[in-house]
Design a protein. Structure first.
Length: 152
């Protein structure tokens, strides 16, 4: 498997506005970063770069949503998942499954396994490493992904 970079890290929070204010105050996130709502996945998120890594500070819009449920299960906010960019998502998934991994349904798209997303083909593993979920993404190359969905 060829992991090329961390594509993004997603943090589950109760209050995205308060969390973003802390990132701005303590870590110098630009004032221009705003919270956006994503109706398909029912999340509110602030997305920004810190040290060359994309951070996604994400709050469920529903009490039983993906991130709210994760917080309730663990009793605290924190690092929900890391998205690892890979050269070939099918190779990465085959290798992970050969090593005992199980694929997980994408909560936004209701698809298990590799599928299109706004930035590339993605898939989630049921398995966690140190309590952190794993996402793989094969980022679109120039000219790919013309049929990608928006607003995830």
């Amino acid at each position: 498997m060829n992991v090329t970079q961390i594509k993004h890290m997603t943090f589950a929070v109760r209050d995205v506005d308060a969390s973003l204010a802390a990132y701005k105050r303590l870590l110098g996130v630009p004032e221009s970063v705003q919270v956006k709502e994503f109706s398909k996945s029912r999340n509110r998120a602030a997305v920004f770069d810190l040290g060359g890594v994309e951070f996604q500070i994400t709050q469920s819009m529903d009490p039983d949503g993906r991130f709210a449920s994760w917080i309730a299960q663990r009793g605290h906010e924190g690092l929900h998942h890391i998205c690892y960019a890979v050269d070939d998502i099918e190779v990465a998934l085959a290798e992970a499954q050969a090593n005992g991994a199980t694929l997980k349904e994408c909560s936004a798209c209701k698809v298990t396994g590799s599928h299109i997303h706004p930035e590339g083909w993605v898939a989630f593993l049921q398995d966690e490493v140190s309590g952190t979920e794993i996402e793989f993404m094969q980022v679109y190359k120039e000219g790919e992904g013309g049929d990608r969905p928006q607003g995830v």
